[in-house]
Design a protein around this ligand. Structure first.
Ligand code: HEC
Length: 224
């Protein structure tokens, strides 16, 4: 009898507690700081900020770390200027060439072919047309023009700026120029001996991002 009494008390208590619960309202919060942070939320709206926006745009002309502005614009003039003036900052070492070859095989060979003759697998299967050979006399590609088309793309060929780093593009450019030379039957280009390099002109140094925030505005828009 006693235990039945206890059970029913417990039952009534449980029912009355649960019945107070209202799912349409937030429940009690223990340690509310874990839910409501004291600091600003990344995308929150707060009166202290202009437009109430916590998330700010970077200062105009900001250059992100590890990224260098590319000085040639995406136009026929930019292409011609890069073709004439832009030079590969990486030394022609065996290591750079090997990396270039690996990257070329990943990104370019499907269209341009392992030899650079424009007969990649997609071209053989007629999935993609109009791929030139690197020794095309009319095009007379240079390391600068190769870099430029990788950066911006050219007509049916897409840009590789988002998939590759600056250094990787220059490694590919070395390899493309080697393929061109091989197609033309030119003499093998000699490697630069890494030990002969003055540390300051070493690849790493050339690729290092600017320390201070030297700025160019329209470059920012080209960042992918
Ligand atoms: C999807 C196929 C495709 C891929 C992949 C591709 N290309 Fe191309 N490429 C083309 C086509 C098509 C053209 C001709 C564009 C034109 O002149 O209209 C071209 C042209 C070129 C040219 C000649 C530009 C000039 O001066 O006329 C170079 C150099 C070149 N590609 C390099 C590369 C490199 C390097 C890669 C890899 C990072 C690559 N391509 C990947 C299709 C491709």
């Amino acid at each position: 009898m006693k235990s039945l009494f206890r059970t029913s008390i417990f039952f009534i208590l449980a029912v009355s507690l649960v019945s107070c619960m209202d799912n349409s309202k937030p429940n009690y919060q223990y340690m509310p700081n874990m839910y409501e942070t004291v600091s600003y939320e990344p995308y929150g709206a707060y009166d202290v900020f202009v437009n109430q926006q916590e998330a700010k745009l970077p200062v105009e002309g900001t250059i992100s770390r590890g990224w260098m502005p590319y000085d040639y614009e995406n136009s026929m003039e930019g292409f011609q200027a890069a073709k004439a003036n832009l030079e590969n900052p990486l030394p022609y070492t065996e290591e750079n060439l090997q990396k270039g070859e690996a990257l070329y095989t990943i990104y370019c060979a499907v269209c341009h072919g392992d030899k650079g003759d424009g007969k990649g697998i997609l071209v053989q299967r007629e999935k993609f047309l109009g791929v030139p050979s690197y020794d095309d006399v009319g095009r007379a590609i240079t390391e600068g023009s190769v870099y430029h088309v990788m950066y911006y793309g050219l007509n049916a060929m897409g840009s590789y700026a988002s998939q590759t780093s600056i250094e990787e593009r220059w490694q590919i450019a070395h390899y493309v120029m080697k393929l061109k030379n091989d197609l033309e039957g030119g003499p093998e280009r000699e490697y630069v001996n890494e030990e002969d390099l003055i540390p300051a002109v070493n690849a790493e140094k050339v690729m290092e991002p600017l320390e201070d925030s030297t700025t160019t505005e329209e470059e920012n828009q080209n960042e992918e």
